[in-house]
Design a protein around this ligand. Structure first.
Ligand code: N01
Length: 862
């Protein structure tokens, strides 16, 4: 073999490698050399030829979308294609796009070393050649290294031991044999249900029972196919906007919103409907709320009990040690019915673990079983195990195995620090575990292709993720995992199906849309987090954001919630109200009463939150957020109750008038009115009018700041403090944060401007200090202020500038910035655990200022 120099080496000829070859060679004109250990294309579908192997996403979705003709001309025969058909499809793709000529099949890469002087990868292969390349593309797939046999004694066995992913192309004759299957994951279930009728005796060794739901396979009719072709563009788009990368109905309700009867109907529909819909389309909270999850788990167990005749056996097949969906969802066709056959047996390999393979078969802790064939369906060393074995050495001689000693990590699942110009296609920590793979692969390849195009067009030689970006992304992946139930199971998702492998989430568990949004943001910000020829690009907003916030935003995308910018007034108000579902239950030690306060020409409601402590109590008048156009007493019920509980103050939440029906200055007039009412009447409710503070969030914080100014200038009452959580303070501010976070998350400048103009009416009002308190000519004499800002928020800088201006005017001011949080975090306590830290900061600030001692001292000074 001669040595060669190319633009890119690509390893793998599965979905990833084939599309990477097409994209880089055919579409971008790069020279490529591709390697594949198998003797033809197919990747995971080449190796996994075990009986019953088939995909569990519908084939019309589990296929490439980059070429509409390809989609039209390949006629899938079944709803869920079997392995041989998918293999034939990939062979067809290789031929149709003339990809084979770029491959050396039956060839393994034996080492890949980065040459810093030449700025090239030097790739050796077992055919004795060396290929040098600017780029090294890891398209080896996540499932190319099978889990090695855990059990000693294999060499003693008189029969055959075969791992499902090493199934011989010529097959294994199982007819009339005594067969053992170890493992009941996706693979084991497919094998068991397929061979049960063919073999003489089948013994299944089950360590963990799985939640398997019906696959719903059937032949694909001509009508089905014609429909799929007609819907191609829509499916393609919807797949990418859907949680699992397939256009399944969106889950928009909590399982806890429905009665048991309603839930049963929903589960019936999706259990019987086939594929991933049971997990992705029934209820949105199955994957993070244990109570919601238990309703699905109970339902599936009930169905197992109905299907398996022997109650003891049924119980053993019922999973009970992990929440549904936390191990990768599995699908079956008459799997449970197989256990009703007299020659199919189940061994509980948890209570009686396998000790060894013996000459005759398998010995567990209490019995020796005799077999002719042992099938290992024990899974994979999932992730970039194949790459790690290739002897990859990066910049400065750093081994990839050392870099990953504490867990495999890759920025966006695509780049690893210290390994320039090496890109993984859906590597560790991509979203591929929950993202229909062909689509995820196309996206990943397109990202890498675009990055290479950018690098070339900007005259750069190397692209490498920065240390900071890789670290932060790794943290983000962990934080998102912690917002879910995934870490509660032992699974390849968490890397711990392999003994000794560091436990680390191998996937970003947001669903496809958020992962795609993160990648898109990185791309549109000039590859944030990458370093080009040593010049570092800063992190992008979504990567900096707290994982809980990313998970919350991902949930909105998965549900298909319309961005607020695209909403009508009524829709925007409804969306803001719906966020109440994301709040913790209000604390139990606070009693609530509604009363009325007078405004010009009428009355409005004020809701009073009284903690169960002896009074008279200090008073905090707290104004809800909602951009002056939305929000309500209800939407701030929990934040106000928590504030009362934490501060020991009587919290007054006024229902002020909203724009555009009641434009400026109605809301600020109402704020002043409720404060005056409180000064006169709060004693009747157990409050102390001499210990009063004002506060608010977002638009409410703007109103609170304005009220502090107006009370100072309009004769009181006097306030002990003001608490401004993310206040917009100047409608005309021109700040860095407004530019950096112009597109949100959640609050974008477009939305802020629209809500602001609905509130202000006449643009001249922007200059009024009653609208823009930062424009007041004098800020002295105002009550002590706590200004709370969020790092990822367009209003951050104007709020912090206001805090500086207050301090400069002699107002005792504390300014607290919460890193990694976004504008509305305070009122999303159920989704953002750090909302509690904001409450704590407010309580720490207010308690001393509202104490009776402080009031006595203040009175003495007066
Ligand atoms: O592997 P797994 P898989 N003693 O790790 C058991 C994809 N896939 O090959 O759970 C006894 O899920 C292990 O038990 P436990 C899909 O992404 C897709 O089935 O660790 N048992 C478990 O039951 C899937 O998730 C399709 O307690 C032992 C099983 O072996 C991924 O591939 C089809 C054991 C391994 O389950 C992997 O699935 C097939 C031991 N020492 C696969 N060691 C499609 O349909 C392991 N086990 C597209």
């Amino acid at each position: 073999m001669t040595n060669k120099d190319v633009d890119a080496v690509i390893v793998g000829a599965g979905f990833s490698g084939l599309y990477a070859t097409h994209r880089l060679r055919n579409l971008q004109g790069l020279s490529v050399q591709c390697f594949e250990a198998g003797d033809g294309p197919g990747g995971v579908w080449y190796w996994n030829r075990y009986p019953g192997a088939r995909c569990d996403f519908e084939s019309i979705f589990y296929s490439y979308t980059f070429d509409a003709d390809l989609q039209r001309e390949w006629r899938w025969t079944e709803r869920f294609a079997k392995q041989s058909e998918i293999l034939a499809y990939l062979q067809h793709v290789a031929d149709r796009f003339d990809l084979r000529r770029s491959y050396r099949f039956s060839t393994r890469v034996t080492s890949a070393v980065w040459d810093d002087d030449a700025q090239r990868w030097e790739v050796a292969s077992d055919d004795g050649s060396v290929t040098t390349a600017r780029f090294f593309i890891n398209a080896a797939g996540a499932f190319s290294v099978f889990k090695k046999n855990d059990f000693p004694g294999q060499e003693d066995f008189h029969g055959a031991v075969v791992h499902t992913s090493q199934w011989p192309a010529e097959g294994v004759d199982l007819a009339g044999k005594r067969v053992a299957v170890i493992g009941t994951g996706s693979t084991g279930i497919q094998v068991i249900q397929t061979i049960a009728e063919q073999v003489a005796e089948l013994t299944v060794f089950q360590r963990t029972a799985n939640f398997a739901c019906p696959l719903g396979n059937r032949p694909l009719t001509d009508e089905d196919f014609a429909q799929a072709v007609a819907d191609f563009s829509r499916n393609r788009q919807e797949s990418r906007n859907s949680i699992a990368g397939a256009p399944y109905p969106r889950a928009v309700r909590s399982a806890l919103m429905d009665t048991p009867e309603e839930r049963r109907k929903v589960y019936d529909q999706y259990y019987n409907g086939g594929g991933f819909r049971m997990l992705t389309s029934s209820y949105y909270d199955l994957i993070f709320n244990p109570v919601a999850n238990a309703t699905a788990a109970d339902y599936i167990r009930e169905r197992i009990r109905e299907r398996v005749h022997d109650p003891k056996l049924a119980e053993l097949l019922c999973p009970n040690d992990h929440p549904y969906g936390t191990k990768r969802a599995t699908f079956e066709t008459k799997y449970y019915e197989a256990f009703n056959l007299p020659h199919v047996h189940l061994v509980d390999a948890r209570t009686t673990p396998i000790v060894r393979i013996t000459e005759k078969g398998i010995a567990t802790t209490d019995h020796e079983y005799e077999f002719d064939v042992i099938v290992l369906a024990t899974g994979f060393d999932v992730g970039a195990g194949a790459l790690a074995r290739m002897g990859v050495i990066g910049r400065g001689g750093r081994k990839l195995t050392d870099h990953w000693a504490h867990g495999q990590r890759a920025y966006l699942g695509m780049a690893t620090h210290g390994f320039p110009n090496l890109f993984h296609i859906n590597g560790p920590q991509s979203a591929a575990a929950l993202f229909n793979n062909p689509i995820a692969i196309e996206d990943s390849v397109d990202f890498v292709g675009n990055l290479i195009g950018y690098l070339d067009s900007h005259g750069h030689t190397t692209a490498e993720v920065t240390d900071l970006a890789e670290d932060r992304y790794n943290e983000l992946v962990r934080e998102v995992a912690d917002a879910t139930l995934f870490p509660t199971a032992t699974t390849w998702y968490m890397g711990d199906n392999i003994p000794g492998k560091p436990r680390t989430p191998l996937s970003l568990f947001t669903g496809a849309p958020m992962y795609r949004a993160i990648c898109a943001e990185v791309e549109t910000t000039g590859y944030a987090g990458f370093s080009f020829d040593g010049e570092n690009r800063p992190l992008s907003s979504l990567v900096k954001l707290d994982g809980s916030a990313v998970f919350f935003l991902a949930g909105l995308q998965n549900m298909g919630v319309k961005p607020l910018e695209e909403c009508s007034l009524e829709e925007a108000r409804a969306t803001m109200e719906s966020f109440k579902m994301m709040q913790l239950p209000p604390p139990g030690d606070v009693s609530v009463v509604d009363t009325q306060y007078p405004i010009e020409g009428g009355y409005r409601t004020a809701r009073l939150y009284r903690p169960s402590v002896d009074g008279p109590l200090p008073v905090v008048v707290f104004l809800h957020g909602g951009g002056w156009i939305g929000g309500s007493l209800d939407s701030f019920d929990e934040p106000c109750a928590t504030l009362a509980s934490r501060t020991g103050a009587l919290v007054v939440s006024p229902d002020y008038r909203l724009a555009p029906e009641h434009p400026f200055p109605a809301a600020t007039d109402d704020t002043v009115a409720v404060l005056r009412w409180a000064a006169d009447h709060i004693a009747e409710f157990g409050g102390d009018p001499d210990r009063m503070a004002v506060g608010g969030e977002s638009a409410g914080a703007n109103l609170a700041a304005v009220a502090a100014l107006r009370l100072r200038d309009e004769g009181g009452p006097s306030l002990r403090a003001q608490v401004l959580v993310t206040p917009p303070t100047d409608f005309l501010a021109d700040t860095e944060s407004r530019k950096a976070f112009a597109h949100g998350p959640l609050l974008s400048m477009e939305l802020a401007m629209r809500m602001g103009s609905q509130y202000l009416g006449d643009p001249a009002n922007t200059m009024s200090p009653w609208a823009s308190p930062a424009r007041a000519s004098d800020l002295s004499g105002l009550p002590p202020a706590l200004v709370i800002t969020m790092e990822i928020d367009p209003s951050r800088d104007e709020a912090e500038d206001y805090a500086s201006a207050l301090a400069a005017a002699g107002v005792p001011t504390v300014c607290r910035r919460f890193d990694g949080l976004f504008h509305m975090a305070f009122s999303l306590s159920g989704a953002i655990p750090r909302a509690a830290d904001i409450q704590e900061a407010i309580a720490d600030f207010l308690k001393p200022l509202l104490s009776t001692e402080a009031a006595t001292a203040a009175a003495a000074i007066r």
